[in-house]
Design a protein. Structure first.
Ligand SMILES: *Cc1c(COP(=O)(O)O)cnc(C)c1O
Length: 434
């Protein structure tokens, strides 16, 4: 038997996928060959970039040793930070397990570089949900607002373009830091390419050269050849349980950029006077290094999954953002499913494909901070990791699901096929389109 037939047999007999579902998915995949080649080329470029940084900094087995207590002279930690600085073309970096998540990394970057009386500006509209409390848009204990840091926001135009006139007006004496979110997150605006970030930063620096431009880089790492520092950003910030952790980092966040910005963040993370000198790595350095090493390939797999999903569901008549042909700038795929039944079926399919907890059924629940029930599918090795195959969406119109991740392309593909299988079984898709 040919390998193609053996694969088909696996899907049909072992996985329980219907032949029509499999054949349709297979046809869609065949049409994506050229796009996948382009993604592979970017992954190869980034693999070389990461490998060169590891080599230049003479990473050795000693770097994987655990430190404890204060963590003075932790060779692995200090070397890793230099590796990150090189990969992101930055002067310095802070990469720590003590940074608990992406929100923490962003809060740290903001709170350490802003002082009472300063103003923060978002020229790209509303930031990620969790940052509303960090900034104090929604009142919260310990927010920037409580410390006397004010906030201004300029929304994007309807079509996603920058409102340069309003941005210019919003920049004033007090403006100290500009925050630019690369990924659309859970909004419907387009994700920003590094090129568009460059255009925006150039404009802002033209008005106020000393303003700090920070990019929330979550979900964007290794999707393009360039990272935002190369586009003029002073700081990039992200989570290690997304792209740069490569699925292996069990925790952590990073801040890379100008030495002064990183230094401020280090003094805030640990303590004034101590900065980067303390912070035991407790034996997880190897996963940080190895995860970074794998990150370009893992990100490529997740991207292929997102494009595959867009093509499958667009053909079935659903609205997808980004659409089937669009160039990608992050790994998130939104599919507007239109009914709660479809949203639930989709998430059940993703869960069914998981390597961990595949036997559980996700249920909508009242998640804190949301005004509708939310359903989430995740069967991950690292809890909440969204570089691993995952999907979620609020149970309210238009019933959009946000899909991301997949540690390998094959697994992302299985997830999408399972999502479709669940819709198919319940007669929730137009089978004549398949
Ligand atoms: C995930 C994400 C965050 C927050 O990261 P957490 O690790 O969930 O705290 C912030 N901004 C964007 C754009 C994100 O995608």
């Amino acid at each position: 038997m040919r390998i193609d037939d053996k694969i088909k047999q696996q899907y049909l007999l072992n996985m329980g996928i219907d032949e029509q579902v499999y054949t349709f998915a297979r046809t869609v995949e065949t049409e994506l060959k050229q796009r996948f080649e382009e993604i592979d080329a970017i992954a190869e470029y980034n693999q070389l970039k990461v490998t060169a940084a590891l080599q230049k900094n003479r990473v050795s087995a000693e770097c994987f040793q655990a430190s404890s207590g204060y963590g003075y002279n932790d060779l692995g930690r200090d070397t890793l930070e230099q590796v990150y600085a090189d990969v992101f073309r930055a002067e310095d970096a802070l990469v720590r397990p003590q940074i608990t998540c992406g929100t923490h990394a962003l809060a740290l970057a903001l709170m350490s570089n802003l002082r009472p009386g300063d103003e923060l500006l978002s020229p790209v509209g509303k930031p990620y949900d969790t940052l509303e409390e960090v900034i104090g848009i929604r009142p919260s204990k310990g927010s920037l607002a409580e410390y006397g840091v004010t906030y201004r926001q300029v929304d994007l135009f309807e079509d996603g373009s920058f409102d340069f006139e309003k941005i210019k007006k919003a920049i004033c004496e007090k403006t100290k830091l500009v925050t630019i979110q690369r990924s659309k997150g859970y909004q419907t605006r387009p994700t920003l390419s590094v090129e568009r970030i460059e255009e925006l930063i150039t404009f802002i620096k033209g008005i106020k050269p000393d303003v700090i431009c920070m990019v929330d880089n979550c979900y964007g790492e290794f999707v393009e050849e360039r990272e935002p520092v190369e586009a003029g950003a002073d700081m990039v910030v992200g989570s290690l349980i997304k792209n740069p952790g490569g699925g292996l980092a069990p925790v952590g966040g990073y801040i890379a950029g100008k030495r002064k910005c990183v230094e401020n963040a280090a003094y805030r993370l640990t303590s004034p006077g101590l900065g980067k000198e303390v912070g035991a790595s407790l034996g997880i350095m190897q996963s940080f290094y190895q995860g970074l090493f794998l990150a370009p390939t893992v990100t490529a797999g997740a991207l292929k999954g997102a494009i595959f999903a867009a093509n499958i569901y667009e053909k079935l008549g659903f609205d997808v953002i980004p659409n089937a042909e669009e160039k990608r700038h992050d790994i998130i795929q939104a599919v507007t499913l239109g009914t709660p039944e479809r949203l639930i079926a989709f998430c059940e399919g993703i869960q069914r494909a998981a390597p961990v907890d595949s036997y559980v059924t996700p249920e909508p629940w009242d998640m804190p901070g949301y005004d509708a029930k939310v359903i989430m599918a995740a069967g991950a090795f690292v809890q909440g990791s969204s570089i691993e195959l995952s999907a979620d969406g609020p149970l309210k119109p238009p019933y959009a699901v946000y899909f991301q991740g997949g540690l390998t392309w094959y697994h992302a593909k299985l997830g999408i096929i399972w999502s479709l299988q669940k819709l198919y079984e319940r007669d929730l898709v137009d089978k004549t389109r398949m």
